[in-house]
Design a protein around this ligand. Sequence first.
Ligand code: NAD
Ligand code: DAU
Length: 350
Amino acid sequence: MKQTILITGGAGFIGSCLVKLMVKNHPDYKIINLDALTYAGNLENLTEIENAPNYQFIKGDINDRPFIDELFKVHQFDGVIHLAAESHVDRSITNPLSFIMTNIVGTVNLLNAARHNWGDFEGKRFYHVSTDEVYGSLGATGLFTEETSYDPRSPYSASKASSDHLVRAYHHTYGLPIVISNCSNNYGPYQFPEKLLPLFIFNIKNEKPLPVYGDGKYTRDWLWVDDHARAIDLIYHKGKDGDTYNIGGHNEWMNIDLIHLMCDTMDDLLGKEKGSSRKLITFVKDRPGHDKRYAIDASKLKDELGWVPSLQMEEGIRKTAEWYLENSEWLENVTTGNYQKYYEKQYADR
Ligand code: NAD
Ligand code: DAU
């Protein structure tokens, strides 16, 4: 094997997309997927590669320090791509501590294990997958660049900002080879239906209200999840040591406009009269501290590494809606917890 790479959080939305891409793109690498299988992690996301010879799943918690240390000793990783996290802003508002534990303490456990087990660091790389939310909230104009000052405003973004700072601190203090990327809102298949798009698809399908926070005039920059995974593969291999790369779709949508697009797409796919799904829109109490606008300047990634997003939003939204409609069993399993049974059936005695 040319490299052994630890990917954390590989059973989640973005992690599973990345694991599948890495397993397929790099048959000469060993890809080890470490995931605690929280509510957001689901091994059904990985069925197409679960028997690949260069793939191994390990169930475990990045908060379990002795276990993480042992894992590094046994596997002699060449690199780590760290995605495991609590990722939902609303949950961070109701339960900040779990975000501090996984996103900050868990990251430090991995950094320490790398620092203590990686000798002189030759040929090693620690990649932290982070978010554009660390930069705070934009007004009507402007873009986040890699030089934008950090200004996190939710417990989630504060925990991710903290872990970014710690990753950089390990680079400057101990010389650990690192790279960080900060990405905008991802969308696509296999996203847990608590985030805006899969939740609204699920609710439209079940004719339930669509809870739009505040006036819906909040803006996000959307990126097709495969494009994010492709960027991570590129940055892992070609990014400069110690550098940060912004990843984004140049694809800003005000929530309410995006919700209208999703409603109309669903009407079309479900054979409903145009306008039916829009009637489900219900304006509800705003998210506390709701960031107004995120938008990424991804020109460094384009100019230095040649990455550009591949998919237009209308096409991506249609593909996303079609996927959730065609995979209603997946949706049923993740919303009822049935996916745990899949784990027990496939993995419990391994
Ligand atoms: P997700 O919630 O879908 O998946 C997170 C995964 O981490 C799950 O499989 C979960 O089981 C695992 N996990 C959680 N706690 C763990 C622990 N203590 N030990 C081991 N595994 C644990 O998240 P996602 O949307 O795929 O995001 C992945 C990463 O990308 C996160 O670090 C997130 O901050 C970042 N990110 C997400 C987005 C987005 O739009 N979703 C955008 C930019 C960056
Ligand atoms: O920007 C990157 C971030 O994008 C990631 O780091 C996070 O992990 C990811 O969850 C996402 O954060 P958001 O808070 O932007 O995503 P969410 O899908 O929760 O919300 C998108 C927008 O839609 C936001 O303005 C809040 C709004 N919203 C969300 C939900 C769930 C609603 O109006 N109603 C809802 O029910």
